[in-house]
Write a protein that binds this ligand. Structure first.
Ligand SMILES: NC(=O)c1ccc[n+]([C@@H]2O[C@H](COP(=O)([O-])OP(=O)(O)OC[C@H]3O[C@@H](n4cnc5c(N)ncnc54)[C@H](OP(=O)(O)O)[C@@H]3O)[C@@H](O)[C@H]2O)c1
Length: 269
């Protein structure tokens, strides 16, 4: 084969990959924390684009949101299931992918929105709080990426939600930012290991987002500060983050190993 013929083959292989990755129609998308807030919006957006959905939730208090999200995505014409589970147990992550595989035969895109925030002085943080923050923000992310790496179909996509605090120089979020930080390296390492199968691995780092997750630990003064701290003004909206994640797992497939900050100019690095 001539060099030119070889290049043409590479080009058409590349193009084929791009075409395959552009569209989520018929693809199976598993969203950890897919019942409400950012995850709930992603579930609805992907349903509107013709994807099949595995919507995970954790707490009993989220069951209603999960049922509503399921009803909404079905109304949009999507096939979908809801799966409950505490993903700090690796066995529950495996069970989540098992359910997806039983129902749909495989998974194409795996998105992890799971997280827990704690705003507390370093000297007051307890061992229990440290362990819980570590399990939910780091351990879940690690074994979710691991299971996705084992199970995803060729040319699959993995995305984890982290935080813009990874680029902030601030106190009080030592366990939150500290336990999201390793995800950046998990993302880099997994992207190298899974790349040969066309699987991209990314992380998205939103600014303070206008959801109950944010307000739980912030005083009124702190909310005013966070609103004033973005260059574009105000808090991050889930509607500004969902399109970025949707891009990364479709047309943006060439971006891999990266953590992308999206925060209206709140932090940079
Ligand atoms: N809101 C913000 O200010 C902000 C800013 C930057 C980044 N983020 C990140 O964005 C992501 C989504 O946040 P959000 O604002 O949309 O709030 P959210 O809906 O409360 O998202 C957090 C999710 O984590 C799940 N979760 C917690 N513990 C879990 C466990 N042990 N096992 C499985 N799932 C568990 C929650 O499920 P249950 O509620 O059912 O337990 C919930 O679905 C999080 O990763 C967060 O760290 C948020």
């Amino acid at each position: 084969m001539s060099h030119r013929q070889l290049l043409n083959t590479v080009d058409s292989d590349q193009k084929k990959k791009i075409m395959e990755n552009k569209n989520v129609k018929g693809k199976v998308i598993l969203i950890a924390g897919g019942a409400k807030n950012l995850g709930g919006l992603l579930s609805r957006d992907f349903a509107a684009k013709g994807a099949k959905l595995v919507i995970h939730y954790n707490s009993e208090s989220t069951r209603k949101d999960a049922e509503q999200t399921l009803a909404d995505v079905r109304a949009l014409g999507a096939e979908a299931i809801v799966v409950q589970g505490d993903l700090t147990l690796r066995s529950n992550i495996i069970a989540l992918f098992d359910r997806a595989t039983e129902k749909f035969g495989g998974v194409d895109i795996a998105i992890n929105t799971v997280g827990k925030v704690l705003k507390k002085p370093f000297v007051d943080t307890t061992e229990e709080e440290y362990d819980s923050m570590s399990e939910i923000n780091s351990k879940v992310a690690y074994f979710f990426i691991q299971e996705a790496g084992r199970r995803l179909r060729e040319n699959g996509k993995i995305c984890t939600v982290v935080t813009s605090l990874l680029a902030a120089y601030t106190g009080l979020y030592s366990t939150y930012a500290g336990m999201k930080a390793p995800v950046e390296h998990f993302t880099r390492a997994a992207s190298k290991e899974f790349g040969a199968r066309g699987i991209s691995v990314t992380a998205v780092a939103p600014g303070p987002m206008d959801t109950p997750f944010f307000y739980g630990q912030e005083s009124e003064d702190a909310v005013i500060y966070h609103k004033s701290a973005s260059a574009l003004g105000g808090l991050t909206d889930i509607r500004d983050i969902a399109p970025l994640i949707e891009f990364l797992v479709t047309e943006g497939w060439w971006i891999t190993g990266q953590t992308i900050f999206a925060n209206g100019g709140y932090t940079t690095r």
